[in-house]
Design a protein around this ligand. Structure first.
Ligand code: G6P
Ligand code: ZN
Length: 543
């Protein structure tokens, strides 16, 4: 085996977005593409010499090839050791946990999260820091800089390493330790939740359905829900991770997790349903004919987390992304907790968690998690819900109804307009910006606009500033319209329109969200002149 130094040149567009570098798989398969970016990662973190990393991914097409390349490049760059999940598999939260548990110098995670996989679909790569969380902007821009001036990369010329079984191998002087991807993560969950209470609830006939969408949580769900909690075999469906996710779009929302939604709205629905995404960090929670919006899920967890054994002392504080509804703010106010509003992207929660200021975070984009790792965590949310239901002895619907009765209801929905021409989507937002100064005081749909601005965040821990983080229009009654462009897509632009209206109750807590939000939806369309700019007013996805 020899180390090769391969001459290369910069490849345009290797700029990490909301969550790492995400491109079409074919792009990643181009000559030098993956190698250039992996070298850029090592360069950006001051080299790999003597360091230890975690490597794994969600098993999508090209995951197996990419892991081999990364191992050979880590060895050639002088890394001491790489911990890799068996078969190259690790869910994103499990990777975050392994980085922390083994105190490594970080990890490389291969995933395009909830985007479809396959030779003609999406692939992605990101670096997580020694705290287990995604690299902050300062580090991702250093990667981009390194990629933009790349002249050579280093790689070991060697055979593939056998990752099919647990064991230890060597690549040059570097040790490769192949680990069970599930065991340590499942053990961590047992320290946080009352498995006995959940097991008793399930043994008492409570029926659970978990849809892993042919993605990475299959083996995790089987081990935790079926093996450790005693749910019947078959509780986890679509449990076999597949390189193309069985042709599914592994995004746990009411549109893409249709199979689960149909079951939960059908005759003989289970008591609890959940789905997770490609890499296992997202979740959707549903009860029989009850959809729990991610914003409400965050609020319910904030109100009830003390029922889980890892959180009996209460929460340190909570945080949500700006477009996420204010439902959790009401719980925080009632409990006297600090509540932070951050830009979209889990990486913004890391500093708050590291500084001990928050222990629970969530986003409207089906992400919820705590400071047990530094990623959002789909199965964690599922177990938290099961723990809450077991301790309260209530179903999903009853928990939601009593939550709304106590705190009021933040009706909420997100409308996505996908695959737009970039220029048209940007045109809509710049025209909206130009109107902002005139909006306060204006009346629309019977509501008066109180303010209009573009969200800017100053990190309270390190003082770093992130601007242009979402266009928001707030009405005098607190209702909101937020718009932003997705940072995770790979085709054209996706315009996300977030809609929110608060009802204090006791009346009006049980409306259909799209109906309750009707005036806000119409105001969003007219204020942004949507028809003119993008030629349509009906979204592709409603969450
Ligand atoms: C990823 C990030 C999340 C973020 C989400 C939405 O899943 O990890 O933190 O909320 O993307 O991103 P987008 O830019 O597509 O709205
Ligand atoms: Zn994900």
């Amino acid at each position: 085996m020899t180390i090769a130094t391969v001459p290369t040149e910069p490849i345009t567009g290797q700029k990490p977005g909301t969550s790492g570098l995400r491109k079409k798989t074919q792009v990643f398969m181009q000559r030098h593409y993956l190698e250039n970016f992996v070298q850029a990662i090592f360069d950006a973190i001051g080299g790999a010499d003597g360091k230890t990393f975690v490597v794994g991914g969600d098993g999508r097409y090209f995951n197996d090839r990419a892991v081999q390349v990364i191992l050979r490049m880590a060895a050639a760059n002088g890394a001491a050791k790489v911990l890799v999940g068996q078969g190259g598999i690790l869910s994103t939260p499990a990777a975050s946990h392994l980085i922390r548990l083994n105190e490594t110098d970080g990890g490389i995670i291969l995933s395009a999260s909830h985007n479809p996989g396959g030779p003609d679909e999406d692939f992605g790569i990101k670096f997580n820091m020694p705290n287990g969380g995604p690299a902050p902007e300062s580090v991702t821009s250093a990667m981009y800089d390194a990629a933009s001036s790349m002249t050579e990369y280093r790689v070991y010329e060697s055979h593939d390493i056998d990752l099919s079984a647990i064991g230890t191998h060597a690549v040059g002087d570097m040790t490769v330790e192949v680990l069970d991807p599930v065991a340590d993560y499942a053990d961590l969950m047992e320290t946080l939740f009352d498995f006995d209470a959940i097991r008793a609830m399930i043994a008492g006939g409570f029926r659970v359905r978990m849809d892993s969408m042919c993605a990475v949580t299959g083996p995790y769900g089987v081990e935790i829900l079926e093996n450790r909690l005693g749910a019947p075999r078959g509780t986890v469906v679509n449990r076999q991770p597949l390189p193309d996710f069985g042709g599914m779009h592994p995004d746990p929302n009411p549109v893409w997790a249709k199979m689960l939604m149909d079951e939960m709205w059908g005759a003989d629905a289970p008591d609890f349903g959940a789905a997770s995404d490609g890499d296992g960090d997202r979740n959707m929670i549903v009860g029989p004919e009850v959809y729990v919006s991610p914003s409400d899920s965050l609020a319910v967890i904030a109100a009830n987390a003390h029922l889980a054994k890892g959180y009996t002392d209460g929460l340190k504080g909570v945080a949500r992304s700006m477009p996420t509804s204010g439902a959790v703010d009401r719980v925080a106010a009632a409990k006297g907790l600090d509540c932070f509003e951050t830009p979209t992207g889990w990486k913004f929660f890391g500093n708050l968690m590291d500084a001990g200021r928050v222990s629970l975070c969530g986003e409207e984009s089906f992400g919820t998690g705590s400071d047990h790792v530094r990623e959002k965590d789909g199965l964690w949310a599922v177990l938290m819900w099961l723990n809450i239901l077991a301790k309260r002895g209530e179903g999903v619907g009853a928990v939601m109804a009593s939550h709304f009765a106590e705190y009021g209801r933040n009706y909420y929905s997100r409308h996505d307009y996908e695959a737009l021409e970039n220029a048209k989507a940007e045109g809509l937002l710049s025209a909206l910006t130009a109107r902002f100064a005139d909006l306060p005081g204006m009346e629309v749909e019977g509501m008066t606009i109180a303010s209009a601005d573009i969200f800017k965040y100053e990190d309270p821990v390190d003082g770093s500033v992130s601007d242009n983080q979402g266009w928001r229009i707030v009405f005098e009654d607190g209702s909101r319209i937020v718009m932003r462009l997705s940072g995770t897509g790979t085709t054209g632009a996706t315009l996300r329109v977030y809609l929110e209206r608060y009802v204090a109750g006791p009346d009006g807590l049980d409306e259909e969200p799209q109906a309750a939000l009707g005036p806000i939806i119409r105001a969003a369309r007219s204020l942004s002149d949507m028809e003119t700019h993008i030629g349509r007013t009906e979204p592709d996805v409603i969450t």
